[in-house]
Design a protein around this ligand. Structure first.
Ligand code: ZN
Length: 568
């Protein structure tokens, strides 16, 4: 292996170790193949070199790493490779060629996008970016019973919010005529047949691994029945079935549905068509004709891969590589419409943007940011095991993101009045952020302040308490609470409390979401509403503004007089 390649590997390993403390051979391999596609055929040869270099780098102290970089690759000190760092969790793609990778995000427009969609879309996009390829957004819309126009729009809005950029957008329903042609070919070659059995018979035969008599029919009869699916047959009268193997261990292969009649109007095409392809048939054909090279889908589809590849083999079509990843969800936050719809209908949750839900609308409303979602998804990497992630992990990414932009305000939950004498001035100014330049606000003082009841309970006459941003107060009476302003006397090593000037206090509501389900049970206490007093300044904030209520936590302004608790 050339010196040049060794140098490149060393450079990547040092850079990676500098950014993350340690490096890993898998990561270095992924990065070198990403930048040097010609090495893809030499993985066996370069792997030992990578392992050797990674080991030596991992044995260096951070000072040694820094010195090596200074000596050998001083340019690294100038660039901060943010994008590469973000993709850390994703392994290299098998068979990927630089510039030639095509991925697709294929949502069915049958509901509002949620965290599971976010994961898929982000992985699809990151891989396309990693290899300088393309991402297709394809609405898999061949089941008019479930699909609605508003969901196409909601999915696009969700992707825009996530800042997922796609190179092309299309609908599977655009290709329906082509899908009919492919079906025709399957019928011509006897790879498929039209079955007119009742649903119960079909299910029983599948269980008992028995073919039905339709599968024995002549080609002519199949064609005639296929034609009738477009005219005389009604929904449920006939389906096209793929001729699989009724005795297959893989139940998916037991003559699955390829086309069925659905009389419901399609959200885009109205009643122009009534014969619709199944997901299994459409996805294989579409992926192939769209030029998809790597088709990601969640692990629950794993058994369907055999069918996917078999359909393309029989039709002699190009085969993309199907790759599974685990589905992402949060504990106690279901995404299934079967579970959520009744809750919405019964008013137990307010809608698909209820802050207890993992829909993108809800997460946004709750104050979760798109960059935190992306980092979170990538941090989970590419495990196959289904992940029920703790919401706290997403929160910790989000906290890092919102902290710098959250205005600090005082807010009192359980107010007790304290009267303070000897105030030095009628107004004070307070910085909106402790470290970042976010401006200042002026607060008009009055003698009466709201403070937390639990803070008052701890006070004793003669105590010194620091009123944050104002100064120190000597407690002169416990009940009713009274004090005297004493400036900065007595230092700062005393209890610090927050406060709100009573005459200007603004009453608002804070919604505090928690886990919607505990086990299988709906948690009736999952949304707490508290009425609180905050500073008048809240009025001036735009809807959507992030706030840190001092000593309470991060919130997002939801409406005029309402905020939603994001996290601590
Ligand atoms: Zn049949």
């Amino acid at each position: 292996m050339s010196e040049e390649v060794r140098d490149k590997i060393l450079r990547i390993a040092l850079q990676n170790a500098q950014d993350h403390g340690k490096t890993q051979d898998k990561i270095v391999l992924g990065k070198i193949l990403g930048t040097e596609p010609t090495l893809r055929t030499q993985v066996k040869e370069i792997m030992p070199i990578i392992i050797e270099i990674v080991n030596s780098v991992n044995n260096m102290s951070s000072d040694q790493i820094k010195r090596h970089i200074q000596d050998r690759f001083p340019d690294l000190l100038l660039e901060k490779p943010k994008k590469q760092e973000e993709r850390e969790g994703l392994p290299p793609l098998e068979g990927a060629e630089q510039g030639k990778v095509v991925t697709r995000f294929p949502p069915e427009p049958n509901g509002y996008p949620h965290i599971g969609h976010a994961k898929a879309a982000i992985i699809d996009e990151e891989y396309a970016k990693m290899y300088g390829g393309k991402l297709i957004l394809r609405f898999d819309d061949t089941n008019p019973e479930a699909e609605r126009l508003e969901y196409y729009a909601a999915i696009k809005v969700g992707l825009d919010w996530l800042e997922v950029k796609y190179d092309r957008i299309k609908n599977t329903s655009d290709d329906i005529e082509l899908l009919y042609k492919k079906c025709q070919q399957m019928l011509d070659r006897n790879f498929a047949y039209v079955c007119t059995c009742k649903q119960e018979t079909i299910s029983a035969n599948r269980r008992e691994m028995k073919p039905c008599k339709c599968s024995m029919a002549e080609l002519e009869q199949n064609h005639e029945r296929w034609d009738r699916m477009f005219s005389k047959f009604k929904q449920g009268d006939a389906i096209v079935r793929f001729r699989g193997d009724m005795s297959s261990e893989n139940t998916v292969m037991r003559d699955p549905v390829m086309f069925r009649i659905i009389e419901t109007k399609h959200p885009l095409l109205g009643d122009k068509y009534r014969v619709w392809p199944s997901y299994d048939f459409a996805v294989a054909i579409e992926d192939s004709i769209d030029g998809v090279t790597h088709a990601f889908r969640t692990k629950e589809y794993e058994l369907r891969n055999e069918l996917y590849y078999t359909i393309l083999d029989l039709l002699e079509m190009r085969k993309p590589k199907v790759i599974e990843f685990s589905r992402l969800g949060f504990e106690g936050m279901p995404v299934s419409k079967r579970v959520l719809r009744p809750l919405i209908e019964e008013g137990k949750v307010s809608g698909y943007d209820d802050p207890r839900l993992p829909t993108l609308e809800a997460l946004k409303r709750r104050g979760i940011r798109q960059d935190a979602i992306r980092k979170f998804v990538l941090s989970l990497g590419f495990t196959k095991a289904d992940t029920l992630a703790p919401f706290e992990t997403l929160e910790s990414f989000n906290r890092k993101s919102v902290d710098a932009d959250s205005i600090r305000l005082h807010m009192v939950k359980n107010p007790v009045t304290i009267r303070i004498g000897s105030l030095p001035s009628s107004t004070i100014t307070m910085p909106n952020h402790p470290t970042k330049e976010m401006g200042k606000r002026t607060i008009e003082l009055g003698e009466e302040f709201y403070v937390e009841s639990e803070d008052v309970q701890k006070m004793k006459t003669g105590d010194f308490i620091r009123f944050m941003g104002l100064g120190n107060v000597k407690i002169t009476n416990q009940s009713p609470a009274e004090g005297q302003f004493v400036g900065d006397e007595r230092g700062t090593d005393i209890p610090k409390i927050h406060w709100v000037v009573q005459k200007d206090a603004l009453k608002i509501k804070i919604l505090i979401p928690s886990q919607l389900f505990i086990g299988e049970q709906f948690n009736p206490a999952s949304l707490e509403e508290i009425n609180v007093f905050t500073e008048h300044h809240f009025n001036e904030l735009k809807e959507g503004k992030e706030i840190q209520f001092v000593r309470f936590g991060y919130c997002r302004k939801d409406s005029m007089l309402q905020a939603i608790y994001t996290h601590k």
